[in-house]
Write a protein that binds this ligand. Structure first.
Ligand SMILES: Nc1ncnc2c1ncn2[C@@H]1O[C@H](COP(=O)(O)OP(=O)(O)OP(=O)(O)O)[C@@H](O)[C@H]1O
Length: 766
């Protein structure tokens, strides 16, 4: 059998039982009837993919078909039957390394085995990189082994051609546990992303599982980004591993991709010196595991595969929109001339999709519903078209008056929505802000299988692979994967611009733009401000002593930064309509005395006037010289100047002053009484004035409390943006209120004691 005479119909194969399940495919053993050769057939349900993802499948298929390296799995051919894509590859009888690990080596392989496996895999990687390709999904599950111990890199489902897209990619693809941090961050990545995955694979082979394997994808992202790179803990492994092994892993798992070696350089790491010929694996591994077909195969949960689709896939009609596919000289011309299409009415739920009960019939009735997409040599047409074309097509469709059957597949080309019909979900995906993303384990839209976060490339990166590390031996026998080949293999399917840069991968994480969502919800539903609890929690003195002007009715709040304590600055909220509020500047020379703050340099204080709707605060914030006079009498004479409508700052200062005066006055009176037996009448006058003042202050505080409550209620109607700040404000107002209450109580007590004092004096006089 030669490369060119492979059949391209399902009927040419005898399908055997499944030998493996992937997240989006079932792999069957199969016999090619003509030659009785055993092959593997990977069956992929196209209905599980967005149209843009089909590009990935095409790429995978074509790339593997072009591969000419003993360590890279190649594709014999592919074809489409109904809604399924079948990819025919060599049958690698040992299955994947993951499969082998699970079957007989749950605690990992011994070191020489690992070195022997990894060196082969690395050879394959060097080959891919040399040809400008990043694999992007290197893991034990994608290292297949044949019965001679040969290891082949498989599954190019997410591999990509640097030659096509430039040397730095930004698409978020891969399998999280193996995914390089820079891929997660979408900061742009290159070949070095494969080196990271290679290092993780080494750990996987040593421990039986990848780091963080037990965690959900989101957590893996978070851990990978926030933790130090995983390493080999040589104490915790079942097998003894060398320092050299650990060192090789550490070389690969450096967060800075620049520091990671190239695949080629890594090959020269001392660790690989111990690698044996591939046959070594026969006795070290293959002798210890049952043949692939006898192993239990756990079905991987897949997206629902429906056979109810009314879609008819037609891959055989030549396209007029794109040039005919060029078969590269090295590729296997397995063509998907699937003249048969799956008649979905025949696909009842208990029908094996691999064995259509009835021969597929040509899609004649549903011609209008045919789709054509190219898979390497397979041509599938009806790619997304430019708007004009779509409109024309739509008009033609309407003119023909032929009602189209309802579209159930994601690949339906809906005339009304052809532009984005297959990509809407993809285009809705917003690049992830990982910092946010990583804070959530359960993000809506997370899928269990393939995930992708897609990012449009507005400016295509330069189409050069990493020159520092790679060359392109165009004349080399290993140049089958050159750009020309890739492009000439019929890979370029005209795509809607919205899908031009989207990539498929192992999972799909679709996350709404959190900012947008939040912004929206904030606008619609401003968070309610919490009620102001009136409590007696201790409040820091600084809160009471801060020079603060409160315009209660408008909830405006201006705080001075002059306090000597480290009280955090409350936000300044500018009310609407604004009231005249001037920031308070108090001198830095403030010093504290008891619970009150004394201002040493009165000249530097500015006077501030705050007008409010409630007339509550014509706040004169500043320092009255009298407030700081030491003589009780002179102080007393000044005190009455304090108005109940002064600002809290003033109130606090004068209250402090009053307290001092009261103490001093009381002692003066007592002294006078003792010495002279007389109390000067002026003392009564002043004491009464003080009494009035403290009463007034108490009522001021009461008013303020009421207004603060009202003010907080009013703030709930402010805009969403303000509401966020108001949360802080409310918190601060709470503190102020508590402080005010304490102040009021204190004043009340002082009033009482003053009254008692006065009564005593009166009694003594009588
Ligand atoms: N050519 C092959 N020969 C033998 N076994 C194969 C072959 N291809 C795949 N398998 C087996 O089928 C399993 C599933 O392969 P598949 O490529 O669909 O999924 P995967 O790559 O392991 O998972 P995922 O799709 O999630 O990345 C493999 O783990 C392997 O054991």
């Amino acid at each position: 059998m030669t490369d060119t005479n492979w059949a391209n119909r399902l009927d040419d194969f005898e399908l055997k039982s499944p030998i493996g399940y992937g997240s989006s495919a079932v792999v069957y053993g199969a016999i090619y009837k003509l030659t009785r050769k055993l092959v593997a057939i990977k069956m992929i349900d196209l209905d599980m993919f967005e149209r843009n993802q089909i590009d990935e499948l095409r790429r995978e298929t074509a790339l593997m078909a072009l591969s000419k390296h003993p360590n890279v799995l190649r594709v014999y051919g592919s074809f489409v039957n109904g809604s399924k894509l079948y990819i025919v590859t060599p049958y690698l009888s040992a299955g994947s390394c993951l499969d082998i690990l699970k079957t007989g080596f749950q605690h990992g392989f011994e070191e020489i085995t690992i070195a022997t496996i990894l060196r082969q895999a690395l050879e394959g990687l060097v080959y891919l990189h040399k040809n400008g390709h990043i694999h992007r999904d290197v893991k034990a599950g994608n290292l297949l082994m044949d019965d001679h111990g040969g290891v082949l890199l498989a599954d190019f489902g997410v591999s990509s051609s640097l030659a096509e897209k430039g040397d730095v990619r930004k698409t978020f693809v891969g399998t999280p546990c193996w995914m390089a941090p820079e891929v997660m961050e979408q900061a742009g990545y290159d070949f070095k992303a494969d080196i990271w995955s290679f290092g993780i694979t080494a750990l996987e082979l040593a421990k039986g599982h990848a780091p963080f394997a037990k965690f959900p994808p989101m957590k893996v992202l978070m851990l990978t980004l926030s933790n130090d790179p995983p390493t080999l803990d040589r104490e915790s492994t079942v097998h003894k591993y060398s320092k050299g092994f650990k060192d090789m892993i550490d070389c690969c798992l450096q967060k800075d991709p620049q520091k990671r070696p190239t695949a080629e350089k890594l090959l020269h790491h001392p660790f690989f010196k111990q690698a044996k010929r591939k046959e070594y694996l026969i006795k070290s591994i293959l002798a210890n595991v049952p043949p692939l077909e006898q192993r239990p195969h756990k079905k991987v949960p897949q997206k629902a595969i429906t056979f109810e689709s009314t879609e008819q896939w037609d891959f055989d009609t030549p396209t007029t929109e794109e040039p005919p596919p060029i078969v590269p000289p090295t590729s296997v011309p397995v063509t998907g001339t699937a003249s048969t299409t799956m008649n979905n009415t025949n696909n009842s739920s208990n029908h094996n999709p691999m064995f259509p009960a009835t021969p597929a019939t040509p899609a004649t009735a549903a011609t209008n519903n045919k789709k054509h997409i190219s898979f390497g040599d397979v041509v599938i047409r009806d790619p997304p078209k430019p708007d004009v074309e779509q409109q024309q097509q739509q008009q033609q469709s309407q003119q023909s008056q032929q009602p189209l059957p309802p579209k159930k597949s994601r690949f339906s080309i809906n005339p009304e929505n052809t532009n984005n019909s297959t990509t809407s979900s993809a285009s809705d995906i917003v690049p992830l802000p990982l910092s946010r993303l990583c804070s959530q384990d359960s993000i809506q839209g997370e899928r269990k299988s393939r995930f992708e976060v897609q990012q449009q490339h507005t400016t295509p990166p330069p189409s050069q692979p990493n020159k520092e590390q790679h060359h392109h031996p165009s004349s080399s026998s290993e140049s089958a994967l050159s750009r020309e080949n890739s492009n000439s293999s019929g890979l370029s399917l005209p795509r809607n611009s919205s899908t031009s840069s989207t990539k498929s991968s192992r999972f799909s994480v679709e996350i709404e733009n959190p900012a947008g969502r939040e912004g929206q919800s904030q606008q619609q539903q401003p968070p309610p401000l919490p009620l102001l609890p009136i409590n007696d929690h201790p409040v820091s003195t600084s809160a009471t002593t801060a020079a603060i002007a409160i315009s209660a009715s408008s909830a405006s709040l201006v705080s001075s930064s002059s306090t000597t304590t480290s009280t955090p600055q409350p936000p300044t909220i500018t009310p609407s309509p604004p009231v005249t509020t001037t920031a308070v500047t108090l001198p830095l020379e403030c010093r504290k005395k008891g619970r009150f703050e004394l201002i040493g340099d009165t000249t530097s204080a500015t006077t501030t006037t705050t007008s409010t709707k409630s007339n509550l605060a014509t706040a004169v914030v500043g320092t009255h010289p009298h407030d700081h006079m030491d003589s009780p009498l002179s102080s007393l004479s000044g005190s009455p100047n304090t108005s109940p409508y002064t600002s809290l700052t003033r109130d606090h200062q004068s209250a402090a002053h009053t307290a001092r005066l009261l103490t001093t006055t009381a002692s003066t009176i007592a002294n006078n009484s003792q010495e002279n037996g007389n109390v000067p009448p002026i003392v009564y006058t002043q004491l009464e004035a003080l009494l009035k003042q403290t009463e007034a202050q108490r009522s001021l505080l009461n008013d303020m409390m009421v207004n603060v409550r009202r003010g907080s209620a009013e703030t709930t109607t402010t805009t969403a943006a303000t509401a966020v700040s108001n949360n802080d404000t409310v918190e601060h107002l709470q503190q102020l209120l508590t402080a005010s209450l304490r102040e009021r109580d204190r004043l009340s007590r002082e009033n009482d004691s003053l009254k008692r004092e006065l009564n005593n004096l009166r009694r003594q006089q009588q």
